[in-house]
Design a protein around this ligand. Sequence first.
Ligand SMILES: [Zn+2]
Length: 194
Amino acid sequence: MLIVCAEVALVEAELVGGLLGCPSCREVLGPWGHARQRVLRCRAGDRWLRPRRARCRGCAGTHVLLPDVCLLRRQDEVSVIGAAIVASVAGEAYRRIAGRFGVHADTVRGWLRRFRDRAEVIRSHFTRCAVALDPELGAVMPAGSSVADAVEVIAVAGRAWVLRFGPGDPWPVASRLSGGELLATRTPAYSWAI
Ligand SMILES: [Zn+2]
């Protein structure tokens, strides 16, 4: 699995042009059909995705090219998940967040719990990303809790990304920097490259 730009035409051009690297071995990925269709719940309504599949010319492994508006194995748009996490840090109760976004309360609670459990892993990973993107970055100020610190450093890494690569929405950038595994169960390998 590889997190790519949400713009289908751009991804297609990169794939055909041999510009996408294999997350396992860094060799060139080539087109390899499509993955199964899936629905992504977005703020603007449901969106059907049919992600591209790619095959590595080196190790022959196949990878699903998941757009950066997604997180791995999550049905909701990453911006919605991110906004729920930010609202929770600001003190809003999960049931209220769920009502506001039209998402099941258990789903929101699941995101928040997973993020809380992984807050330290996320904080240290995104700190490394931020420093790699901007070596002159100063210290990130503590925000008051492990979850708030993790959210803060995601924002810092997002700003560093934008400074380096140009405009991008913070949560899709976070999806890319985490290889889609922001809320994954296992400790991620985070096979991203700048
Ligand atoms: Zn490979």
